[in-house]
Design a protein around this ligand. Sequence first.
Ligand code: AMP
Ligand code: GLY
Length: 449
Amino acid sequence: MKVLLVGNGAREHVMGEALAKTAEVYCVMGANNPGLVALAAGHATGKTTNPEFVLKKAKEWGVDYCVVGPEAPLGEGVTDVLEENGILCASPSKAAAQIELDKSFCRELMEKHACRGRAVYKVFDNGDDAAEFIEVYDKPVAVKPLGLTGGKGVKVVADVPGQLKTLEAAKKYAKKVIEDGIGGGARVIIEEKLEGEEFTIQAFVDGEYVVPTPAVQDHKFAYDGDKGPFTGGMGSYSNAGMLLPFMKQEDYDQAVDVLRDVVAALKAENTPYKGVMYGQFMLTGEGPKVVEINARFGDPEAMNVLPVLKTPYCEVCEAINEGELVSIPLEFEPKATVCKYIVPKGYPQKPESGKKVRITGKPKSRMYYASVDKKKDGIHMSSSRALAFVGIGDTIEEAEAVAAKDLSLVKGRVQYRKDIGTPELIQKRIRHMNELREAVRVINRPITK
Ligand code: AMP
Ligand code: GLY
């Protein structure tokens, strides 16, 4: 099989690695990813969001089908143009990808079809109305631009640097989103602030059938202890098996049911979804609620799931294309994973871009390239996430130790989160979840005389 992979981050590096086990991989990249260049049978750099360019390369290479990593090419119709020209894509159409590309589309669809896991929200095209709603609602909220902001446009009411300290700050930010057109449009979503532990479930979908992969927890905040501004994700972990340490089986099952609801809703609207659906959930004391649905693998979360996928990823993509996911059993190695990102100092607000990064030794974990440029004199970072290290072990603690050891081999003007996957942080998550569940249990306890 010849597979075309679109994209050039660490997510695409791990996708390429998984495909290359049983297929010939061809890459269209926005910038040269040294990891993909090394494994690809052919590669080209250019605009990954230009459907004509992607189609030209796909035809030149005679690929059997295509997989798209990031969301932006979906929004520009890359999958639609390829399919119109007879090249199947194990990724969603532009219409189905609206589930990620337009936050109001996602929420309105879920409401119309009574999908489970919904949070309270309202959409505004006027800053004053949004501010008035926040005033009357009088509880902590999340303020969300409607379009894509790389996870960096959303802010929540929280007393930490980089977030909205007060409801007043939330009102101001809601107005700013409209005035400055943050996220492309001139609308803003005000959503109830969900309290809990966040987790991701990524599922393969063939239009109808939903096959979930192990739950993963990403770390959005830039600094240790969940402090600082939001980022694209600083690292993530998964456990051996499908659940995270703070989760119950019913939490996982309920989240998968939400994804099934969304897939059924998209089918009912005549925009069937195929590819990977990424559900980001907040596990509240009352169960999982949707934070976001994305139309692709997560970055970093793809790096937790694909390295332990035993079933050839290429076969999964073929089954997606044939609408036959039901017929292939999905198997995972019973291993825990911890992924940690190396980013340039100052990331995400004032990254020192263009600095060199060196690795002084042989890493034991898997290393994936993200936003780097391999020049004659070494590897240069950009302003974004640079390298990811993924430790694999029987337990999260073991996997963390593998990744942590390798991080000490990295030299350069870099920073990373030390706490991701450590026993202390995992215990904190478990305690937090226990407290939230206990609070709900107390509220719901019947009054006895
Ligand atoms: P997003 O870009 O929509 O994925 O949001 C970025 C981050 O904002 C999420 O990973 C959450 O940590 C946080 N967030 C988004 N929506 C909410 C919400 N309703 N309640 C609490 N936190 C949220
Ligand atoms: N890790 C968050 C995302 O990929 O959207």
